[in-house]
Design a protein around this ligand. Structure first.
Ligand SMILES: [Zn+2]
Length: 293
């Protein structure tokens, strides 16, 4: 099942998994200390945050299945205590691919109700099917709106944000460390993917950015789902950029312009050069905004 799922992901989710098209056997997991026992881990796929301390280790997201062994090795370097929890920010395979391995190793997987629902059955992702996840990969603890973990001297608040990147997104805030993982609500340095087929929407994404701003202050380390570690000011600029594009596209749509006409009008031109080349292209961003307004 794992190989089927990966094959489906590799063939189908082209922009989403541009990150995955590299040879995963050559990917190394890099660990960067953040603050108060928290670390950012990167390899291929979504950014991870690990917390290590006297109660053990837990991680937010776990990238792709072939990297699971390397992720566990990286986590083992932070602490000789067990990996106890995995929190998934949403269901996409570049954030949950390691779940089966982590679950079998004894970690309790935690995510929003809709993450479990979507992983349990086949999903349409950018027009192609992703197979149901293995039972061991499914979240064991799920929540509808909020959940807190009290570990390693910190209170970790997991906040659901509705219909943003998907319908199962969570923002995760370490209150003492003052670290906020935004999941794929925040793509830092590149246009975001809004997964309308999974319930994502531009207005939900903008509301989720506002939630992230409300959870942060000038010294918060803001970890995006993709791109380098960031801060509140950059998150605010990202939200303002998307709001401007949303408002231009909304006005054109209200004027009766078709999607093709709106794409041709280049409503995102001011940032296409900077943000529209790495992953989601300008016409894809315009389409996802137009269609979810
Ligand atoms: Zn995603």
């Amino acid at each position: 099942m794992r190989s089927i799922r990966l094959a489906a992901l590799a063939v189908t989710a082209i922009p989403l998994l541009a990150f995955a098209q590299q040879d995963l056997s050559k990917v190394e997991i890099k660990t960067t200390a953040l603050r108060d026992g928290t670390h950012m881990l990167t390899g291929a796929g979504g950014n991870m945050v690990a917390s290590a301390g006297s109660d053990g280790v837990f991680i937010i997201d776990d990238q792709f299945a072939p990297l699971a062994g390397k992720i566990r090795a990286a986590v083992a370097k932070l602490s000789n205590k067990p990996l106890r929890f995995v929190v998934n920010t949403h269901w996409h395979g570049d954030h949950t691919g390691g779940n089966e391995d982590m679950g079998k190793a004894g970690a309790v997987i935690v995510a929003h109700d809709n993450v479990r629902k979507r992983m349990s059955v086949g999903q349409l992702l950018r027009g192609s099917m992703v197979a149901p996840a293995a039972a061991a990969a499914l979240p064991v603890v799920t929540f509808a709106s909020n959940l807190s973990l009290h570990l390693n001297g910190d209170s970790v608040r997991v906040h659901h944000v509705a219909n943003a990147h998907t319908d199962g997104d969570a923002l995760v805030k370490f209150e003492r460390a003052n670290v906020l993982h935004m999941g794929d609500v925040y793509f830092n340095g590149l246009y975001p993917f809004i997964d309308a087929e999974s319930g994502g929407s531009i207005d939900g994404l903008l509301a989720a950015v506002d939630s992230g701003l409300a959870l942060s202050d000038a010294t918060t380390i803001v970890v995006p789902g993709h791109g380098p570690a960031s801060n509140r000011a950059e998150l605010a600029a990202y939200g303002a950029m998307l709001k401007g594009h949303r408002d231009r596209i909304s006005a054109l749509k209200a004027d009766g312009k078709s999607l093709a006409e709106v794409i041709a009008a280049k409503p995102t031109a001011s940032t296409d050069e900077a943000l529209g080349k790495a992953f989601i292209k300008p016409h894809q961003l315009v389409t996802s905004i137009y269609e979810t307004l």
